[in-house]
Design a protein. Sequence first.
Length: 314
Amino acid sequence: MKLRRSLSALGVAVVGALTLTACGGEATTPDPAETTAGGDVTVTVVTPYLANAATKEVIDLFTAEGEERGWEVSVVDTAGDMNKLNSAFQDAAAQQPDAIVLGTGDPTQISLGLKAAADAEVPVFAIDAGEAEGFAANVTSDNADLGDQSAKALIEAMGGEGQVVMMTHDPHPGVRARAEGARQAFEAAGITVLEEKHVNVPGPVDDARTSVQDILSARGGEVTGIWGGWDEPALGATQALEAAGVDGVPVVGVDGQDFALAAIEEGGPFVATVKQDWPAIAAKVAELVEDQVTNGTAPDQKNYELPGTLITAD
């Protein structure tokens, strides 16, 4: 750890100062800030979802936060391969960076990687994952609320009644929590969930578009709304509806990506999204990493949840 090396350097500097004093030289006191300079900090970000627009956005923001602090930040992407995710964590731990960050993902998929990091005494932080043993802290949105807000927006767009299709991705803890929040909102409103379709990553737009095309062919006019666990499957569903010439079936997503905002503004099927505060999430993770690595101050809680903002055409 760079902090331990910095403290060792501080000890050497103090001994040197005492030696100078004994020899009649002028003693100087080292500046502690110089012994923990940001340029000594290395952070490895490991993710299975860099192809996802929201994941890439928050990792880019975190990388920029780190570089502003003078850190060396590297990013490893396993492109949806969860087996490689474990290996990537183990490889990262073997390099002994000052910290490892999981850039979204399921902590249950990286038990071996988390053990390797613990054995190497490398703290692990998470962006948009879940609270788990082995994490110093996880920073995410209030995903249950994101699901609730997006579902209620869909219910309103449907006129308070109907039957919906949910586009989900259970390997991601955040999407899983959103889906549960949405289910509860649908149940409370008396809305029937016709189907839940798993969306593959990478390729969520294409996969969702194909799934919705198949559902429209099989179930015709039964579908009156589509809930997307994030913006990309919502976009795929929108494309499927437009290609099939289906009107009056609203679609909602979560994340607040630029392409979603543009689609909402166009006035088509895509009617709402809930924007996550990625800049605040990235900044909070960077703050926690800096406090622990540079100052030796551990986070005061294991899970931080930030609010999201509903965005509609209005």
